[in-house]
Design a protein around this ligand. Structure first.
Ligand code: PLP
Length: 429
């Protein structure tokens, strides 16, 4: 396979776009390859400028749960396009999506649409601070909540120190208010609350993290986080940007049976168009402008195209619960196939999967937190990734991402993928 056209486009892109991409992971830096430039996608397949077809497990990093170019979504979008693209005024569509999300996710009593997951988490944090009158935020190492300043934080040198910026350009006095705790470690959260207890506005967490590879929180951990936030009158913000409507119709919170104060959404609720949202208890949501003093706004928020794609996608998922049964079945089949190949070819790897989110960690140990995830062999990952791509399987180009199975993946796709995994592992022996 010669990626002549993609290579040329990548060179051109690098001259005009930082790193040649509009979001860093797309540059394939971790795997040291030229990213295929994509022309189109259909169902479970994605096509590049060089005429290659791949089975797509990136799914635009999560939104494409129904597969690409899904007719029910695109037909409605075409109808909406003829009614103009944006009005900056209230629409029936916004009422419908708000009611739909409230109906599906009972912890959400009111919801505000924004344009990305980043905006959703940034706004949720402002709201938590405004509502509680406190400033500190607790987040977990390895959880990602977008690129808002106060969340671009890594742990300080000791467990109980304030976070330090993980990006240049983020002032330390902003991250000083963010404390980084260890995921799945109750003692870590307990110690932080003992020290800062009544100054903590909220804990924000991914219920199942997809941003250090797939790592689920334990039920015990989730229950503890809910309990301690309640005890200290802090809010629990569950970031379901990735897991919402994916792990179950009502999201990870329905699996864990947890009742968060605020939930952040993105990805699937826009059906592939730019979107985000945050919602929660009425008493809290009423603090947002124009009702309350917490300011948040957006020229294109709730725009009719994203909302239309979201409504069609969510209604389809709601009306077809079998989608989740099938996602689980296909993902389990893929997991078993990969685990068998790991054994047969004696590869140092372990698979984490929750529903249709899955990661193959090139690590001997089970991965339950960020420290363990970081121990993965990144060279092995890069080799595996490159062999998979060469053989027509398009995976996220980083060890610390998740791959997504969609409603469009066929039995044949899963079987072919397992064959390619076997071939890759054989080659890596
Ligand atoms: C859990 C989580 N929160 C927030 C975000 C940020 O969303 P966006 O990229 O739409 O800003 C992401 C993005 O992948 C995410 O996975």
């Amino acid at each position: 396979m010669k990626d002549i056209i993609s290579e040329g486009l990548f060179d051109r892109a690098k001259d005009s776009i930082p790193g040649g991409v509009n979001s860093p992971v797309r540059a394939f830096k971790d795997v040291d390859l030229v990213p295929p430039f994509i022309t189109k996608a259909n169902g479970s397949k994605i096509y590049d400028e060089d005429g290659n077809e791949y089975i797509d497990y990136v799914g635009s990093y999560g939104p494409m749960i129904l597969g690409h170019n899904r007719k029910i979504v695109n037909d409605k979008l075409k109808e909406q396009v003829d009614k103009s693209l944006s009005y900056g005024a209230p629409t029936r569509l916004e009422v419908e999506i708000a009611e739909l999300i409230k109906e599906i996710v009972p912890s959400v009593e009111m919801i505000r649409m924004v344009n990305s997951g980043t905006e959703a988490t940034m706004s949720a944090i402002r709201l938590a601070r405004g509502y509680t009158g406190k400033n500190k935020i607790v987040k977990f190492a390895g959880n990602y909540h977008g690129h808002g300043d106060s969340l671009l934080v890594q742990a300080g040198s000791g467990a109980l120190t304030h976070g330090v910026p993980s990006s240049s350009g983020v002032p330390e006095n902003i991250t000083e208010e963010t404390i980084v705790a260890e995921y799945n470690k109750i003692e870590s959260v307990r110690d932080i609350f003992e020290k800062y207890g009544d100054d903590i506005a909220a804990i924000i967490m991914e219920p199942v993290s997809g941003n250090m590879g797939v790592v689920p929180s334990t039920k015990e951990f989730m229950d503890y986080v809910r309990k301690i936030t309640k005890e200290h009158k802090s809010l629990l913000i569950i970031d379901e940007v990735m897991t919402g409507f994916r792990l179950a119709l009502s999201g990870a919170q329905s699996i864990y049976n947890v009742d968060p104060d605020i939930t952040c959404f993105g990805k699937i609720i826009g059906g592939g168009l730019p979107v985000g949202a945050y919602g929660g208890k009425k008493e809290i949501m009423k603090c947002i402008a124009p009702l309350g003093p917490v300011y948040q706004a957006g020229t294109l928020s709730g725009n009719p195209l994203s909302v239309t794609a979201g409504i069609v996608t969510l209604r389809y998922l709601k009306d077809n619960p079998n989608v989740y049964v099938e996602l689980e079945r296909k993902a389990e089949k893929l997991q078993i196939g990969i685990e068998e190949a790991i054994k047969e070819f004696n590869i140092e790897a372990t698979v984490n999967r929750v529903g249709s989110m899955m990661t193959v960690f090139f690590s001997k140990e089970k991965v339950t937190n960020y420290e363990q995830a970081k121990k993965s062999n990144l060279k092995d990952f890069a080799k595996y990734f490159s062999l998979m791509l060469e053989n027509g399987i398009y995976l996220p180009p980083s060890q610390f991402e998740t791959f997504f199975i969609s409603d469009a993946h066929t039995e044949e796709d899963i079987e072919k993928t397992i064959q390619v995994v076997r071939k890759a592992f054989k080659n890596m022996q």
